[in-house]
Design a protein around this ligand. Structure first.
Ligand code: GDG
Length: 454
């Protein structure tokens, strides 16, 4: 069997047990357990220029990492990846802060990664590259003569051609996709938008099965939704129900219904609208006052990017307004924290919640929606309120699907969830669980690697 090589911007440390150790890391590590290689950035900033590749072996997997220097980090990561590509591919043209030197830094870092990775590769390795930081990596590997099967998966959305053309030198980036044998997207909508760009901007013809004849060979675009380790997460949640943290949370609710939101603190996640929606719930449906508590965990991320500082200030203000307006001396309606909590704790909190609020303005998939579902108690499940613009909505139609741009609609869905009879909650959740336990992290890896090996 061919060796699997995974490349991602951040390589998890083999011993990562911290609060962020996520399901995808588990799913991918599983695909590598027969002796694979995981290559990428260490997460460290080197003091001078780029350093050598560092290798650690654990459980049969080789983790090979490289540091970035400060200038690379600023131009590649903070700059082009997170201040141009991230807003562009989340439909937020107004937030793009493009600089030519950032694009140059982005290409240079990909070139450096390619040079280091090429030395690690064996002829029949299957190479699977992840996400928007590394789009040109396949093309840079090809320039070095690498002939291996190369796959790429985009974790975030893709945009229609009319938006993509806003990207300076976008043709160059689109051409970089053509160096891969397989390009994967979370949903069929993202895949279609990508193929439209290929046709309209590059003038190439896409077949109905997503195959594209390029100047150097064939590329196939596939839709392959990511999932979680649903069984593992369900077991974690059942166990965490009795944990001291979950018990403390339940005691603090004194019988009130818990509404939970869990997101990286990111403008794509629709948090201001969600806070507004909660305010409108308390205003328009006063019967729920003092009967619900909304806990929003919004772990800080990308604090070097100015837009992330702005959203944090906005949320601080909105949270203050809601609590100032509605709180009673013995009831704080909104609990808002920007610290990450442990994964076990999170699982127990999801299980204790009556409503899971997942209302991104755009999202590739959204794993929180799937974790919330996996964590529920079949006998007394909560209700998922889900944005129609999360990739997850393509598959999870039994959630209460909302337009995240309309806080009143979110408030109405929360009201509907709070009064929903037990039988309907059970019925909806049983169907949702059927999907989440089928489209798992393991199935995602298997399907992608099958397409790549074909
Ligand atoms: C990208 C795409 C796509 C969050 N806060 C805490 C915590 N988390 C964990 C969640 C979940 C993960 O982080 C977030 O995953 P999402 O899928 O919701 O979102 P992104 O980070 O934006 O991920 C997204 C994903 O890639 C995978 O393809 O679904 O669309 O944007 O696992 O649980 N975990 C812990 N503490 C926290 O405070 N332990």
């Amino acid at each position: 069997m061919a060796r699997i090589v995974i490349v991602s911007n951040r390589v998890p440390s083999p011993n990562e047990r911290g609060p962020r150790a996520g399901g995808l890391a588990v799913g991918l590590a599983d695909a590598l357990k027969d002796g694979g290689l995981w290559f990428g950035w260490s997460g460290e900033i080197a003091k001078t220029s780029r350093s050598e590749v560092k290798r650690v072996e654990a459980d049969g997997i080789t983790y090979a990492t490289i540091d970035l220097c400060q200038e690379d980090y600023d131009r590649f990561y903070v700059g082009f990846a997170n201040s141009t590509l991230w807003p562009l591919l989340h439909f937020r043209l107004g937030l793009i802060d493009f600089k030519r030197e950032d694009l140059e830094g982005y290409i240079e870092v990909n070139r450096t990664y390619a040079a280091a990775l090429a030395l690690e590769l064996r002829p029949d390795d299957l190479v699977w590259i992840h996400d928007y930081h590394l789009i040109p990596l396949g093309q840079e590997l090809r320039k070095l003569g690498v002939k291996n099967r190369l796959g790429f998966f985009l974790h975030i959305p893709f945009v229609p051609a009319s938006l993509f053309t806003a990207l300076p030198q976008g043709n160059q980036l689109l051409r970089a996709f053509c160096a891969y044998d397989v390009v994967g997207f979370q949903t069929d909508e993202h895949r279609r938008d990508f193929l439209d760009c290929i046709e309209q901007i590059l003038g190439l013809k896409a077949e109905s099965d997503g195959q594209v004849e390029t100047s150097t060979g064939r590329m196939q675009a596939i839709a392959n939704p990511i999932g979680i380790d649903a069984r593992g997460f369900a077991a974690l949640a059942t166990k965490a129900e009795r944990s001291p943290e979950t018990q403390r949370l339940k005691a603090s609710l004194v019988g009130r219904a818990l509404v939970i939101g869990v997101d990286r603190l990111d403008y794509s996640k629709g948090l201001p609208n969600r806070f507004d929606a909660f305010g409108r719930l308390l205003n328009s449906f006063p019967e729920h006052r003092q009967k619900v508590s909304y806990l929003q965990i919004a772990a800080r991320s990308r604090e070097d990017v100015s837009e992330y500082q702005a959203i944090r200030r906005e949320l601080d203000r909105k949270a203050g307004n809601i609590n100032g307006r509605f709180a009673e001396f013995d009831w704080v309606p909104l609990r808002y924290m920007t610290r990450a909590v442990g994964r076990n704790t999170l699982a127990g909190f999801y299980r204790a919640a009556r409503i899971g609020l997942v209302t991104p303005l755009r999202d590739g998939m959204n794993l929180v929606a799937k974790e919330f579902i996996a964590a529920q108690d079949d006998n007394d499940p909560g209700v998922l309120v889900l944005s129609r613009f999360a990739g997850a909505a393509e598959d999870l139609s039994e959630a209460l699907i909302v337009n995240p741009f309309d806080p009143d609609e979110i408030a109405e869905a929360m009201h509907q969830a709070l009064i929903m009879p037990l039988d309907e909650r059970k019925d909806r959740m049983a169907r949702l669980r059927g999907r989440v336990f089928t489209v798992t992290a393991e199935a995602y890896c298997r399907e992608f690697l099958k397409a790549l090996a074909a």
